[in-house]
Design a protein around this ligand. Structure first.
Ligand SMILES: [Zn+2]
Length: 237
């Protein structure tokens, strides 16, 4: 009998989530569509599987990689196509901040017009939420902007924003204006404005220490400062 491994629902976002191994079930998946994703660069092939215990599963393949399960939901509608639309939308929504909207290539379930109209409805919903977020700006958002950390609404919900991580790495911190809190999963830091202020101070001190030891090294080895170091010194003090 075709069944699911776990009764959980959702889109897989980390290796901690486990909807079971599908290696021996590949034949039970049916072709759904091809899309271009990640800046329109990579071809994704999607497949779905409907189980006898009334779940729908979505799986994908990138180029020559193996089929991987990416989402699973209980069947919510009588009609198969509506269930497929539901799981496809949930999957797009979950990955939106990281990879953006997919571009239609081919499908046995949707026409290009149908797919594009699903995407357009999602875009309109996002824009409405982003407008709501922009209308509710808080001290944390002002602070992030003031520190040139480029805060911007995600469109997830009216309180959800992201900003540049102050660590200098190429990732974002999540910001919620509900209680004016932020967090970075990579750096394992979180808090309110006060904690952010402290962290920025820490980063500045570390940077200063680096520059100072560079300055001392230059003085010792060359007897003078490089242009870059002098410029920093003049601006700093
Ligand atoms: Zn970070």
């Amino acid at each position: 009998m075709k069944t699911v491994f776990t009764k959980e629902e959702g889109v897989i976002m980390s290796s901690k989530q486990d909807f079971g191994d599908i290696k021996n079930l590949i034949d039970e998946f049916q072709y759904l569509m091809d899309t271009l994703e990640i800046m329109g660069d990579i071809d994704f092939k999607y497949f779905y599987r409907v189980t006898e215990d009334n779940y729908i599963q979505l799986a994908y393949k990138m180029d020559k990689s193996e089929l991987e399960l990416c989402a699973q939901y209980k069947l919510r509608h009588d009609n198969l196509k509506e269930n497929i639309i539901f799981i496809v939308k949930e999957n797009i929504e979950a990955h939106l901040p990281f990879i953006g909207f997919p571009i239609f290539q081919n499908s046995v379930v949707f026409t290009k017009q149908e797919f594009d109209s699903i995407i357009n409805v999602m875009k309109d919903e996002k824009l409405a939420i982003i407008e709501q977020a922009k209308a509710y700006q808080t001290p944390l958002i002002d602070y992030l902007r003031d520190r040139k950390l480029n805060p911007r609404p995600t469109g997830y919900n009216p309180n959800s924003w992201v900003a540049k991580c102050p660590c200098g790495g190429n990732h974002q911190i999540m910001v919620s204006t509900l209680h004016d809190e932020w967090g970075c999963g990579y750096c394992n830091r979180e808090g309110k404005i006060l904690e952010l202020e402290k962290w920025l101070q820490e980063i500045k001190i570390k940077e200063d220490q680096k520059r100072l030891s560079k300055m001392l090294k230059e003085l010792k080895e060359d007897g003078k400062l490089s242009k870059q170091t002098s410029k920093w010194w003049m601006n700093r003090y």
